[in-house]
Design a binder for this molecule. Structure first.
Ligand code: S3P
Length: 173
């Protein structure tokens, strides 16, 4: 049986550095719901950081862990706020389980704004390692298409994280 709308997990998706974790934490306080960052969940489960998992086990293994963790959390949890990793939505099983059990919200930002944030996030994002700006731009727009499948979305450009969190809370009322 599918969860009632009010009990569904709110699932934040978007590119690396779009503010999923920060905004998710702020929403958690505003809505009195627990926040689960799926990457952090995987890191605890594996006892290893995401960059270390990429380095030691490879991306393919990480994607498998990501799929298992996301499907598990979507099926078992209720009334939570989840933040997915930026690549999670590329897997069709993840998209399906999120749409089936959750309310998915895309945090949209422009490539221009993202570029400004790049120095803050580049270090521990293995997917960005050794990529040229052009390659990152291609990935950004490829992902953007996948994220927009069937989601509510908010634009975060020029907004504080607090304002973005307020906007989502309002959108969900
Ligand atoms: C990834 C995004 C990261 C993390 C991993 C891969 C991606 O999550 O899951 O480094 O492929 O976009 P954030 O979006 O939280 O940075």
């Amino acid at each position: 049986q599918l969860p009632a709308l009010r009990e569904r997990n709110i699932i934040l998706i978007g590119f690396m550095g779009s503010g999923k974790s920060t905004i998710g934490n702020l929403m958690s306080k505003k809505l009195y719901r627990d926040f689960i960052d799926v990457d952090t969940y995987i890191e605890k489960q594996q006892g290893m950081s995401v960059p270390d998992i990429f380095r030691e086990k490879g991306e393919e293994m990480f994607r498998e862990m990501e799929k298992e963790a996301t499907v598990h959390l979507c099926e078992k949890e209720r009334l939570k706020i989840l933040a997915l990793g930026g690549g999670a939505y590329s897997q069709s099983e993840i998209r399906e389980v999120c749409m089936k059990y959750g309310i998915v919200i895309l945090l949209n930002l422009s490539f221009e704004t993202w570029k400004e944030r790049l120095p803050l996030i580049q270090e521990n994002r293995p997917v960005l390692l050794n990529k040229t700006m052009e390659e990152m731009e291609t990935l950004f727009y490829e992902r953007k298409q996948i994220y927009s499948l069937n989601t509510l979305e908010i634009d975060t450009d020029g907004k504080s994280e607090e304002a973005a969190a307020d906007e989502i809370v309002h959108l969900l009322k």
